[in-house]
Write a protein that binds this ligand. Structure first.
Ligand code: PXL
Length: 267
């Protein structure tokens, strides 16, 4: 059988092990034919002190026309960092025009962490994201993004009732499944999954480190496993284990900008 073909829509950060430089190798390694729609080219991701930025929005309609002419369709979509509201309408157009139905749409909102918006994002963007998630079959925000999207005050200390309320508020915005990432309790870290009205926690021991780009790795593995038919909870578990293995293999003093995921791909 031919592998599933996915389209991932996000930026190409030339250096920094995030977005496309993560999604492309990981989805491919997991056996998914990976097509890309690069939305911008950055010299490096925006957690560096500075970066260059080439916006590719203008080229996207030309790409769509060519795909239309060639009859291209995708079995799934993974949306990551966009950085510009205008790209959201194009993403929706893409899901509608190039879906090999019922191709699932995974939306990782990617605009905030640790209680704060990333550089370049504002509440207008958040509002548009809250509308975009309607088009998703799975959304996987972290707690900060879930708070912004649902207009809930962020807390660094919380209980299960708090995250379950967050998930329920997200579920009111989309018919898709909700996966809140980076949920921590009692020395464990993982996801709260809300699907068909049922809550499920997928937890692993927490490692004592925080790296950039782990969210992009998580989304890539989860999406690949889900496309291949694993349950959503099993897909989250596989992704969580993969991220943990990558973190264990990374030396933070040598590698401040991302995690060394490549050795894990070679296994
Ligand atoms: O890892 C998410 C991400 C992706 N792309 C760019 C980013 C970030 C997070 O900061 O800056 C350009």
């Amino acid at each position: 059988m031919n592998p599933k073909r996915i389209l991932t829509i996000q930026d190409l950060s030339c250096v920094g092990q995030c977005s496309l430089t993560v999604a492309l190798p990981i989805l491919s390694r997991y056996g998914v034919e990976t097509c890309v729609l690069p939305t911008a080219i950055l010299s490096n991701h925006t957690q560096f002190k500075s970066w260059s930025y080439l916006d590719l929005t203008q080229e996207i309609p030309n790409i769509f026309n060519e795909w239309q002419n060639s009859g291209i369709k995708f079995d799934g979509f993974l949306l990551g960092y966009l950085g510009k509201k205008e790209l959201m309408n194009l993403a929706v157009e893409c899901f509608e025009r190039f879906s090999n139905k019922p191709a699932p749409v995974v939306i990782d909102p990617v605009f905030a962490d640790n209680g704060k918006l990333y550089s370049g994002f504002d509440l207008d963007y958040v509002r548009e994201m809250a509308r975009l998630v309607r088009h998703a079959d799975i959304i996987d925000p972290n707690i900060t993004e879930a708070c912004f999207i649902t207009d809930t005050p962020y807390r660094s200390q919380y209980d299960k009732a708090y995250v379950e309320t967050l998930a329920a508020k997200l579920a009111a915005l989309t018919d898709g499944a909700v996966v809140i990432t980076g949920v921590e309790f009692d020395g464990q870290i993982g996801e709260l999954v809300l699907q068909n009205g049922k809550f499920e926690y997928v937890m692993l021991p927490k490692l004592n480190a925080q790296y950039h780009g782990t969210g992009d790795i998580f989304s890539s593995v989860m999406t690949a496993r889900r496309l291949q038919g694993a349950s959503l909870a099993d897909s989250c578990l596989a992704a969580g284990k993969f991220v943990a293995d990558c973190m264990r293999g990374t030396n933070p003093t040598e590698h401040f900008y991302g995690v060394c995921f490549e050795p894990q791909l070679a296994k």
